[in-house]
Every structure is written in C-alpha cells, then in structure tokens.
Design a protein around this ligand. Sequence first.
Ligand SMILES: Nc1ncnc2c1ncn2[C@@H]1O[C@H](COP(=O)(O)OP(=O)(O)OP(=O)(O)O)[C@@H](O)[C@H]1O
Length: 310
Amino acid sequence: MDAVLVADDVRRTYGDTVALDGVSLSVAEGEVFGLIGPNGAGKTTLVRALTGTTDADGTVTVLGTPPSDVDTQRVGLLPQSFTPPERLTARELVAYYAGLYEETRDPEAVLADVGLDGASDTWYENLSGGQQRRVCVATALVNDPDVLFLDEPTTGIDPAGRRALWGLIEDLADGGTTVFLTSHSMDEVERLADRVGLLNEGSLAAVGSPTDLVTEYGGETRLVVRTEAGTDAVADAGFVVEADAETLTFHDVDPRDIGPAVEALERAGVEYDSLTWKQPGLEEVYLRLTGETFEGRRSRAVAAPTGGAE
Ligand SMILES: Nc1ncnc2c1ncn2[C@@H]1O[C@H](COP(=O)(O)OP(=O)(O)OP(=O)(O)O)[C@@H](O)[C@H]1O
C-alpha cells in the first residue's frame, strides 16, 4: 500500500530548544497512526511539519508531494489550539470553513456526525468547551479529506462524546481516510491506532502496533492485593511478591496463576480489602519508555521466589 505521509530525518529547533531531533516515519493509506509522548516532546511540532505549517529540516511528503504543494481539498487539520470566531453559530462556522474548499460535505450532516445536530443554531461562544471542540472537529471534516490530522481531538470532551468521536474516526479510517492522531489518552490511542509512535524529547523512542509495543515494553502482569500483610505470609507460595505498607504485589501472574495466588492468601489467613489483576497496556509502555513512574511508593520487602506456581 502506498505511503500517504512520509517524514525523513525531520528536525526543528526553536532557539536552543530541539523540538524534533531527526524523526522518520511513514503512514500508509487508511492507517490510523497515533502519536504519543510527554508534554513538550514535539508532537504538535511534528504535526505542523507534516502539514507545512512550520518550517523544518529534512523531507516531508504528503500524498506524494511536499506539504506546501498538496491539494488542500484532500487534507483536514484540527490544530491543538484553534480559536474560531465566537459570534457565529455552529452551522455558520462549519459553513464558513466549507467556503475554503471547492467540494464540501453538508455542514449540517458534519455537525450531526460529531453529535451536534441539536446545537447548530447556538453561537460558538455559548457552547460548552466539549461542544466547541466538536465544532472544531467538524471544521476539519467538512472537506471530506483523504488525510486527517487530529491534534488532541477529544481534549475536554465528555466520555460519551469521546466514544462517539472514536466511532466516527473508526468509520473514516474504514472508509480509507488516513488519520494522524496525537493524544495524551492511552485508551484513545490503544483503541484507534493501527500503529503508535512514542515521541520523547524530539525523537521516536518506539513505533509499532499497540499489541506489539505492549508485548515488547509493557512488562509483566501483576496481582495487586490491598492488605497490610507482609511478604512472610506468602513466602512459600511460589511467587515473587513485593510489599509496601498497603499492598502485596504478586509479580508475573498470568490468568491461570490467579487461583493459586488467592489460595495462598487464604491458606496464610491474610485479610485483604481488594484484589486487582493488572495487565500492562500502552500506559505502562509510555511510562517505561519515558522513564516516568506510576508507583511512587517504595517497596518494603521482597520474598524470594520458591519456584513456579503449579
Ligand atoms: N513556536 C514556538 N516557539 C518556541 N518554542 C516552541 C514553539 N513551538 C514549540 N516550541 C517548543 O518545542 C518543544 C516541543 O513543543 P510541542 O508543542 O511540539 O510539544 P508537544 O509534544 O505537542 O507538547 P504538548 O503535549 O504539551 O502539547 C517544546 O519545548 C516547546 O516549548
């Protein structure tokens, strides 16, 4: 399948700040590519380089041409910060952006797609933050683009609205639209993206399908038990167990090990408030590769393994 987006060794600095430090990637037609990374990692700068809204060194092609030459009819962009005129209704705003293109979808239909058909006549300034963001999404869709850049599209949108937008993005991708999405929501990226790129300090630290990234970098499954019991109680259970003041963590527990772990707790008479089996996801990949931590508490003791649980 042809590459719709190609970046080759893209670099961008702002004074002493290196925003992009040699990024190369390629996105195929109909693919949803999710870009994640900490604040300041360079995500918006990469979107801007790919859309030709900032200069950058290196090579970028969109639909086979440099961004400055691409047919704007074929590209949709929802920037991270977007402040449209406020004294227009939702319908007028979408119609206004439709006026920039030769061929457009019916603004009313696009507003219905983003769940705003009941608010078409409301002034933008009187819409809630989440509704405003949906109008902005609608303006990016009005030209029925072949390539859609969405920079944090669901920020501020409530859970039901987010799911509705996810369904819309999936439908667009199913219809052949190539989507380049940045997000801080690991749920969103895990659900939507065929491939994910993790950008850290201007460089891609990893690229792959969510499943492959989780397998490679996600780490182990764990059973977390809320209890004040120490590791001594389960020292002979055959698990690597770590404890702090409030939890016992059984490491590397696959689903068929949950029963034996619980039986070991029962045998030892351990009283506990809750048991949670945790499977790694994209969030663990993100935290691991960016060097951030999600368990600030220090462990108190580690019980020695005594062999596998049978
Ligand atoms: N116009 C600009 N002038 C100066 N510095 C900039 C400019 N745009 C971005 N930067 C800097 O480049 C770096 C990357 O910024 P960028 O906005 O691309 O990050 P990001 O990953 O999108 O962050 P966030 O998740 O917070 O949106 C940051 O250090 C930022 O301060």
